[in-house]
Structures are given as C-alpha cells and as structure tokens.
Design a protein around this ligand. Structure first.
Ligand SMILES: [Fe+2]
Length: 180
C-alpha cells in the first residue's frame, strides 16, 4: 500500500524498480513466457557430508521428455556458446556448477510466442531444469569467475552423421538477444 507521506517523493515513477518475483519468490515472466518452455525446480536434501538433488523424473515434463542421451559440458569464465536449436530434439539444461546465463529465443513461425526472448541466470543454489522444446534457440554464457559446468538431457541419441543441430554464431544479428 502506498504511504501518503511519500506522495512528494522526488523520484519519478519510472525510476521505481520493476517487479521481478512474486510473493513465493518465483520469477515473473522470463523463460516461461515462451510457449512450451518449462522450468522444474527441485528441492534437495542436506545430508551428512553434502547435498542430494534429484535432477530428472519423466513426469516432471508432462511426458514430453524421455531421456535417451546425456552430455556434460564445461565452460571457462566468459565462454559463450553458439546459438543453436533442434528440429526434433528437446533439451533439458541443468547447471551443475558456476553461474550461467541462459538465453532463449522463439523464432518458430507458428508459435504463440514468436519473437519472445528470455535471459536468466542459473546457479546450483537454486536447482532448476530448463526444458527447451524443438525450434527454440538457446545459448549459454559462463558469467562467473570460475570454470562452470552443466548437463544436457536429450530425448533422442545424438545422430553422428546428421546432427539435429542448427547453429548461429554468438552475437548473430538474427537473434536479438544479449547474454552479457
Ligand atoms: Fe540444445
């Protein structure tokens, strides 16, 4: 509620910070504004000597994600991946360590969210799995100061002769999204 004593506050209204989370500390908008993208948040256990986190269950992804392939990627500080998307394959991205900014861009001509993009920062302190459906461009940037790592769960094995990967370079004008 507005405090009437602050009506003369000299800062203009446009200087007010925008809302970024709701009362349950769920981010507002972001990746979920892209059709088909899903973010699953996991709780974890603090156990004797460490933590335990379950990072995949098929029912978390509405039956759309049956894991057939898993890759582990490391990234040095400042590394930015190329933008890429898949025609048929779905990905689940999960940050294992460090700070990654993950960018998404919807260029699907038949999508209700065509042209919508999202950039958010992920860290294992808040374990999250990002489901990226086919046709949504994605890229990652290590914005931390240490080597970082993530895994990618795929719903089909990598096809060596005909990879289901379409690639644009980092900073491509075809994708108006900055990971800086
Ligand atoms: Fe991918």
């Amino acid at each position: 509620m507005e405090n009437p004593e602050h009506t003369a506050f000299p800062a203009p209204a446009e200087k007010r910070a925008r809302q970024t989370v709701d009362a349950n500390w769920n981010p507002i908008g972001g990746a979920l504004s892209i059709a088909g993208v899903k973010i699953v948040e996991m709780k974890n256990l603090v156990i004797k000597g460490g933590t335990l986190t379950e990072i995949y269950r098929p029912e978390w992804f509405d039956g759309l994600m049956k894991v057939e392939h898993v890759t582990h990627v490391t990234a040095l500080p400042g590394f930015t991946s190329k933008w890429h998307c898949h025609q048929d394959q779905s990905d689940v991205l999960f940050v294992l360590g460090g700070y990654f900014r993950i960018g998404l861009y919807d260029a699907r001509p038949d999508s209700s969210s065509q042209g919508v993009s999202s950039v958010a920062t992920y860290h294992l302190r808040r374990p999250q799995a990002v489901f990226v459906p086919p046709g949504v461009w994605h890229a990652l940037r290590n914005v931390g100061i240490t080597e970082a790592a993530y895994i990618v769960l795929n719903d089909r094995p990598y096809h060596y002769e005909n990879p289901d990967d379409w690639i644009l370079p980092a900073g491509s004008p075809d994708i108006p999204v900055s990971l800086d």
